[in-house]
Design a protein. Structure first.
Length: 310
């Protein structure tokens, strides 16, 4: 039985009954954290280790360096000069990883955690994709920079370059966000995609670990109604989410970006999640006129799930 309710700010939502919560056993998690040794990368490391407190987890710290590392003003005049610069960059990568590792070990007492460092001469995206495959990574965690961190995660930079390519969840952490136990997580859906359960596992694990409420929301433009396919997708989602603390919301007569901003603020959402089968959905969701305003007001972690096959 599903109860339909409308709240004070005009959001219509559905309460879906849920059974007792059971976190599926997992022998060990493998989390990849690309780092450039910046403050926001360090913040992502701290968030990730806190998120997996008390769980057997291996964290892989990856630093990649490539021809892009060389500034345009540096002209190579000989193979010897090229080797000298390459050795210097490689040494800086290894030293930075070692320093980061020592700082982590001194500040993270969790004996369930292990750490590995990886230094790669490769372009960023290639390095991350390869390590994800080689080490069977469960999730990639990255820091985003500045007040426009959410926009950066969606439409630019290293974070966006990974969407649709790594095949595993990607968690983007704004640089000012410190970890607190999660109570409420929002899940954006267009009701046009059938979600494979294996691609929801990381999301459900995080939500269930903290007994967080899952707020699934869909935005209808103007006075449109759900299509027959939308309704079918919604019912399937209700089944998939039935074993979790889930509520379904239908937001109407507002833009996608405004709805998301108001929804996140009004529900005190601590993490925003969406499934990206194609990057274009993310552009459609956030690439509107309210993007700039949203980026300054929604400063929470963004979990992007890949709806890949297999």
């Amino acid at each position: 039985m599903v109860d339909l309710t409308t709240d004070a700010i005009g959001f219509t939502y559905f309460f879906v009954p849920f059974s007792s919560i059971t976190v599926k056993p997992h022998t060990m998690y493998r989390i990849l954290i690309p780092t450039d040794f910046s403050d926001n990368a360090w913040n992502a490391i701290n968030y990730a280790t806190a998120l997996y407190t008390g769980e057997e987890t291996v964290f892989y710290l990856l630093n990649s360096y490539s021809p892009n590392t060389i500034s345009p003003g540096e002209v190579m005049t000989s193979s010897a000069a090229t080797k000298t610069l390459f050795d210097a960059v490689k040494s800086a990568s290894l030293e930075g990883l070692e320093k980061s590792l020592q700082e982590i070990l001194s500040s993270n007492p969790d004996k369930m955690h292990a750490f590995r460092t990886i230094s790669r001469f490769d372009y960023f995206t290639n390095a991350v994709v390869d390590v994800c495959k080689e080490e069977r990574i469960d999730m990639v965690v990255m820091g985003t920079t500045g007040a426009s961190g959410l926009k950066e995660a969606l439409v630019g930079s290293n974070t966006a370059s990974l969407i649709g390519k790594i095949g595993v969840p990607l968690l983007a952490i704004p640089d000012e966000v410190k970890f607190t136990p999660l109570k409420d997580i929002a899940f954006a859906t267009d009701y046009n995609t059938a979600y494979r359960e294996k691609n929801l596992n990381v999301f459900f694990h995080i939500a269930d670990k903290f007994s967080a409420g899952i707020h699934v929301y869909h935005v209808l433009q103007k006075k449109d109604e759900l299509t027959e396919e939308n309704e079918k997708s919604k019912k399937e989602m209700e089944k998939q989410f039935a074993g979790h603390q889930s509520e379904f919301y239908l937001l109407t007569e507002t833009s996608l970006s405004t709805a998301t901003r108001v929804f996140v603020q009004s529900r005190n959402i601590q993490m925003l999640c969406m499934v990206a089968k194609k990057h274009s959905f993310l552009h459609h969701l956030f690439g509107l006129s309210h993007t700039r305003d949203m980026c300054y007001h929604i400063d929470i972690p963004l979990l992007i799930l890949q709806n890949n096959a297999g």
